[in-house]
Design a protein around this ligand. Structure first.
Ligand SMILES: Cc1cc2nc3c(=O)[nH]c(=O)nc-3n(C[C@H](O)[C@H](O)[C@H](O)COP(=O)(O)OP(=O)(O)OC[C@H]3O[C@@H](n4cnc5c(N)ncnc54)[C@H](O)[C@@H]3O)c2cc1C
Length: 406
């Protein structure tokens, strides 16, 4: 049987480079293909919370770099449509133990892997053909190659999942919301703070992002909405229509949206799959178990990378055993994150005025509660809910016997 150590990963955001880092530490040779022409910057803030997330980042030696570039969000003020403060949420509610812009995190991961990983930007897998001993891969641009394994870390709309498992819609659970995120000038002088305003079915927020920039984050109820993911003008029209008539600073946000260099729009959805692997192809991160906001997606992407690479090394490249163990370990963990995200849906775009009043009452109580303990109970417990195996690292990653896939 042919053996080699070359593993192809699709997607260079969080899950892909984190997996590449761990694979190379175990003696494999990762290649990452990313559709975007260069590393995608910007984006929203993501957070890590609890022992499992932090211990993997510490083992990777990037926790300090992440802490150095954290958002330092101080607090978020809930305002009404006239801009009057209704309640104040302490930072820990949103920001976890350490919060960072997704683009900054991708950059740190890229820097940590660029010497040991081959990156192919501006390309995408067009065909996967499995045969004994490997997977023949065709790319849109690069010449065809053969890899021992292919891992899809290409997010909610995963290309690898479509090629190896089936059409997108079969695996998507639409949570009935849409989200739009873009950066804008920090005209409100937010200084590490955030502002949030909800009316039934819609929430508009703006958060400091440093460097005189702010991030606008909009959530709105839109069950079953369909759109063309390449048609930005139509997506902006959907957002503008959804927020028509809303007070506060929404008019200014809509004007900024039209100018935004990094407009992002998507449905808030989860991925549900019976299996995360098919032969020599496997999925990880959002491609396998997207939970949506509040589901510890970024933390579970780095935890998943640690486990998947560790199991491949522990099984000495026996991918069937490794994929089965990876799935057995991770499934209960990510299911809790998905459940948590479903439960938090009403906080993103509260459906009724009654629900908004209820949420505001909860926020008003927060200053009188031990928030760190409360969040520990509500979210950190889920994020920490996995016992991570210890995997021994190969002494010499270049060793001829290290990291071979059978
Ligand atoms: C609005 C919002 C807020 C969130 N907030 C939080 C939060 O506060 N905390 C948290 O932990 N998580 C949060 N998440 C979830 C978090 O963003 C994801 O779970 C995390 O980014 C998963 O990373 P990933 O690498 O699996 O996927 P992604 O970050 O989606 O990256 C996928 C990568 O694959 C690339 N790609 C796509 N198609 C192809 C292709 N055909 N070929 C090659 N490459 C391709 C993309 O360009 C991208 O670089 C949030 C999500 C959303 C939508």
């Amino acid at each position: 049987m042919e053996t080699n150590r070359d593993i192809l990963i699709s997607g260079a955001s969080v899950a892909g480079p984190a997996l590449a880092w761990w694979l190379s530490r175990h003696g494999f040779r990762p290649t990452v293909v990313e559709r975007a022409p260069q590393l995608r910057g910007g984006g929203y803030a993501v957070d890590f919370r609890g022992a499992a997330h932090l211990s993997v980042l510490a083992k990777m030696g990037i926790l300090d770099a992440i802490t150095a570039r954290q958002t330092r969000l101080s607090a978020t003020t809930i305002v009404d449509q006239q801009g009057r403060a209704v309640a104040r949420m302490p930072a820990h509610v949103f920001a976890g133990d350490v919060e960072i812009l997704r683009g900054d995190l991708a950059h740190i991961l890229y820097e940590a892997t660029q010497d040991t990983t081959e990156y192919l930007f501006g390309d995408s897998i067009s065909m996967l053909g499995e045969r004994p001993g490997g997977v023949d891969v065709s790319f849109e641009h690069a010449p065809p190659r053969t890899f021992s394994l292919v891992i899809g870390a290409d997010g909610l709309h995963s290309n690898v999942r479509r090629l190896s498992f089936g059409e997108h819609d079969r695996f998507i659970e639409d949570l009935g919301l849409c989200v739009s995120i873009f950066s804008m000038p920090d005209s409100a002088g937010l200084d590490h703070a955030g502002l949030l305003c909800s009316v039934p079915g819609r929430t508009a927020g703006v958060f400091a992002a440093g460097d005189d920039r702010a991030i606008a984050q909009l959530f709105f109820a839109a069950p079953g909405v369909s759109y063309d993911h390449r048609d930005t003008a139509r997506q902006q029209q959907i957002v503008a229509e959804a927020f028509e008539g809303m007070g506060w600073r929404v008019r200014e946000l809509m004007a900024a949206m039209a100018q935004a260099p990094d407009f992002y729009f998507d449905t808030v959805s989860q991925v549900q799959l019976d299996r995360w692997s098919a032969g020599r192809v496997a999925l990880t991160g959002d491609a396998a178990w997207a939970a949506g906001p509040g589901g510890n997606g970024t933390g579970s992407a780095v935890v998943g990378a640690y486990v998947l690479a560790g199991e491949l090394a522990a099984a000495r490249g026996d991918h069937q055993t490794a994929f089965a163990r990876y799935e057995r370990l991770l499934r209960p963990y990510v299911a809790k994150g998905q459940k948590q995200a479903r439960g938090g849906k009403d906080f993103l775009a509260p459906p009724t005025a009654k629900k908004i009043a209820q949420i505001e009452r909860f926020y008003k109580m927060l200053p009188y509660l031990p928030v760190k303990h409360l969040m520990k109970y509500l979210t950190t417990r889920t994020a920490s809910g996995i016992r991570l195996p210890g995997y021994s690292l190969r002494e010499r990653p270049g060793d001829a016997n290290a990291g071979a896939v059978a």
